[in-house]
Design a protein around this ligand. Structure first.
Ligand code: ADP
Length: 442
């Protein structure tokens, strides 16, 4: 930079010297100085005009560059232009690669702008959703895709669960739609529609199979249990007593498993709870705790504390909630030794409500925690069987809480106890007054 300023100053001094000498010799000093200034400004005018035309033409700027300050400007402009050309080439290459990838992806991709209008879609979107780009560009997604619950889903802040629906192109195709916000302030959204027909049908077959088998087993089991109960009224020889007792016990166990499997199937079939009504949760909890205390006594006594917000109620299906809450409370007694401290609470947590069961029992291994809600998963199979567990309890709890828009959180550490939290969103909550008003109205 300094070098260019030096050249610029020496050029100016040179012009002034030459013209002042000419002025001195000709006796026209003023005219010569004015001419010197005119020459100097003419040079700048020339390079300025050239710069303007270079900027306008977007041509490649190549050496030789002027030796003065203009040389520096031209050189910098040339470098900047080269860099932006390179960046443009990279961007173009990237965009074309992205287009190729997006075209070959079997999932339907839709890009929506802030107001939810289509900006771009890949060819698979046409095959799966009958949405074609650029034909449908600028049209609102809710106009393009007539799917029940789509508008509410897109407006909701939570996209963790996908939306499943039949393809408008072919009703036999089941699609799973996921939404990912992106861009500045995450105002734009990328919608990914995946064909999950195979998985869906497989799940459906599994559900039907479990439900049918459970139903089919129920009748013979009822007959067996009935006969066993009748026989138990008769006198028995000593050697017959133990096998007979075992038969009764196992029949009862099978009955519990079948009932739990049927409950799970029923929960999986329907989407929302069958009869959503205001539920006065405090009474429900007192009822469960009273019954659980009887079991706790039988097992040798537990230190059970209950902390309930008397004003806090929930909209939901009472029997389902009773089943979920009692499963968690009974688990805390069944899977912990006598004299364990068990704290049960029902309280507000900001906008949400939370039902918690905390125990100081043996706790659960970290690796086992994510698997607890799987069907038939038990940390200690033998012990759970002994205590009459089916391994289906937490799977049922998770389903019920999910159907009430809630979330089941499990935290535990071996030797430190376990905590089971069920949180429910604000929309599902009522206070006692609202509950009374609703009950009076109905
Ligand atoms: P189960 O019928 O065996 O109780 P669940 O699905 O209710 O089946 O629970 C799954 C497993 O989780 C149980 O077998 C037990 O190993 C573990 N578990 C559940 N609750 C607790 C608890 N409070 N403390 C320790 N382990 C527990």
């Amino acid at each position: 930079m300094k070098q260019y300023i030096r050249i610029e100053i020496s050029q100016l001094v040179g012009i002034m010297l030459i013209f002042s000498t000419i002025g001195y010799l000709t006796g026209q000093i003023h005219l010569s100085l004015i001419t010197a200034m005119a020459v100097y400004f003419a040079k700048h005018g020339y390079y300025l005009a050239k710069l303007a035309s270079l900027i306008e033409s977007e041509e490649h700027i190549s050496p030789p560059y002027p030796p003065d300050i203009w040389g520096l400007i031209y050189k910098e402009l040339a470098r900047h232009r080269m860099r932006s050309r390179k960046r443009k080439r990279t961007l173009n290459r990237f965009a074309s690669r992205f287009r190729k990838v997006a075209t070959s992806i079997p999932d339907g991709l839709l890009m929506l702008n802030k107001p939810g209008r289509l900006e771009w879609a890949n060819p698979a979107a046409n095959q799966l959703l009958n949405i074609s780009w650029p034909r449908d560009e600028g049209i609102s997604i809710t106009q393009l895709l007539h799917v029940e619950g789509l508008k509410e889903y897109l407006e909701s802040p939570d996209y963790t669960k996908p939306l499943e629906f039949s393809s408008p192109v072919n009703k036999a195709i089941i699609l799973s739609l996921r939404v990912t916000p992106f861009g500045s302030k995450k105002a734009q959204r990328l919608l990914v529609a995946r064909n999950i027909t195979e998985l869906y049908n497989l799940n459906q077959t599994r559900r039907d199979f479990v439900s049918n088998v459970s139903h089919e087993l129920r009748t013979p089991l009822t007959v067996i249990s009935g006969f066993l109960e009748n026989l138990s009224d008769n006198e028995m020889l000593e050697f017959q007593k133990r096998p007979f007792h075992l038969m009764l016990q196992q029949a009862e166990r099978m009955n519990t498993i079948i009932n739990d499997l049927l409950t799970l199937s029923r929960l999986e079939m329907g989407k929302a709870p069958s009869s959503e009504k205001p539920v006065y949760v405090p009474n429900l909890l007192y009822k469960i705790v009273d019954q659980a205390k009887a079991l706790a006594e039988q097992k040798g006594g537990y230190d059970i504390t209950v902390d309930v917000d008397e004003e806090l109620c929930l909209v939901g299906e009472e029997n389902e909630l009773l089943s979920a809450f009692s499963n968690l409370i009974y688990n805390a007694i069944i899977h912990t030794p006598p004299m364990t401290k068990i704290s049960i609470s029902w309280r507000r947590e900001g906008e949400r409500a939370c039902f918690s069961v905390i125990d100081t029992g043996p706790g659960i291994d970290q690796q086992a925690i994510p698997r607890l809600t799987e069907r038939f998963y038990r940390v200690d199979k033998a012990r759970s069987r002994q205590s009459g567990g089916t391994g289906l309890g937490l799977a049922i709890v998770k389903h019920i809480i999910g159907r009430h828009e809630g979330e089941l959180r499990i935290s535990s550490q071996p030797g430190m106890g376990s905590q089971f939290d069920c949180t429910f969103p604000g929309e599902m909550l009522l206070d006692k007054n609202q509950l009374q008003q609703q009950q009076e109205a109905s």
